[in-house]
Design a protein around this ligand. Structure first.
Ligand code: TYM
Length: 330
């Protein structure tokens, strides 16, 4: 790799990606390819921290890989690979488990939320999930980690784990920083704009996936919950619904909130919702046709997965060897 700084991120193949995943993270990944050496990973080992059906996970791993390429991530410029194909991740995870505190993991808000929803028989993997995530990032000496806001706490923990390891043994890992785009770091549900948009929401109108067709996208935006009043103004506290739509619209065209408020001055909610829906649908149309082409070419996908995993392992093994040495592991 060159002298450029390193950007690393990953996404779970636990369902078709939403526009939350796209505008919060993946669209920034595409842009970062210009200035950073980038590595992007389909985090299938993270996905099994909650129950999965094996055949479906296998299929979604392929689809997620194809979807990443369809968004414009170039597997010849960036490294795009599947986590389970690079064994260094699970090994470094174990080494880091032995330097991470239970108290640190207990404080993770995503663990608290997810474990509460799961009720009993919570898996150890769900608790340990941030350590595997730290291993992902640290193996490649990443400088920045482009994510949505919900992953910020995990990236900060990764930094703490790395810093303590470096101080206890010897400098081994680069300390990473979370990176957010100008807009989209927290895309909210279209049905409850106080909640994050999530692909696991039981209300299908709450989220838009990257594979929703034009009519579905527009219908979901038309049904989006808005606020009282009639002005298109960004005010997260008093107008969470309209603010979320302004945020999403700005992700499609890089306009500022102020520019958008001006553009829709005197326009009713209905017309604004339609404009946002159309803008998102236009954005998705391009990647959907590319996705269908890619998915039809399984040999190409398998070949890219293999080449990229080998390259990733050859980088990761260097850091892993260093970490083993520091701990006295022969
Ligand atoms: P995951 O798969 O839940 O989400 C992938 C990315 O999408 C972002 N995101 C959002 N951003 C804005 N608004 C939303 N509503 C929204 N929903 C999701 C997430 O913040 C994330 O950036 N643990 C990670 C995957 C992971 C990872 C890593 C990330 C594994 N190893 C190493 C970075 C570095 C996760 O479950 O993301």
């Amino acid at each position: 790799m060159s002298e450029r700084k390193i950007a690393y991120s990953a996404i779970q193949p636990s369902g078709v990606f939403t526009i939350g995943n796209y505008y919060g993270a993946v669209k920034n990944w595409v842009k970062l390819q210009q200035d950073f050496d980038c590595l992007f990973c389909v985090a299938n080992l993270h996905a099994i921290t909650v129950p999965q059906v094996a055949a479906e996970l296998r299929k979604r791993t392929f689809e997620s890989y194809a979807l990443l390429l369809a968004t414009g991530i170039d597997p010849e410029t960036s490294l795009v690979y599947v986590q389970s194909q690079v064994p260094a991740h699970t090994e470094l995870c174990w080494l880091l488990n032995c330097t991470t505190y239970m108290g640190e993991l207990s404080r993770m808000t995503q663990y608290k939320d997810k474990s509460q929803r799961q009720g009993k028989n919570i898996r150890v993997g769900l608790f340990d999930y941030p350590v595997l995530m730290a291993a992902d990032i640290l193996l490649y000496q990443a400088n920045i980690v482009p994510v949505g806001e919900d992953q910020k706490q995990h990236v900060e923990l990764c930094r703490d784990i790395a810093e303590r390891f470096n101080n206890t043994y010897a400098p081994t890992f680069t300390l990473p920083e979370p990176y957010f785009g100008l807009s989209g770091k927290k895309v909210k549900s279209l049905q409850d704009p106080t909640k994050k948009m999530s692909k696991s929401d039981s209300n299908l109108n709450a989220f838009v996936t990257l594979l929703d067709d034009r009519d579905t996208v527009i219908r979901k935006f038309k049904r989006a919950v808005t606020d009282s009043g009639s002005e298109i103004i960004y005010d997260e506290e008093n107008k969470p619904g309209i603010s979320n739509l302004i945020e999403i619209y700005s992700c499609t065209n890089d306009k500022t909130y102020l520019e958008i408020e001006k553009e829709f001055e005197g326009v009713g909610y209905g017309q604004f919702k339609l404009a946002v829906g159309e803008s998102v649908a236009d954005d998705l149309a391009k990647l959907q046709s590319r996705y269908n082409e890619l998915l039809a070419n399984k040999d190409y996908l398998e070949e890219q997965m293999k080449i990229n995993a080998e390259k990733a392992q050859s980088i990761a093994i260097k850091t892993l060897r260093k970490a083993r040495r520091r701990l006295g592991i022969i």
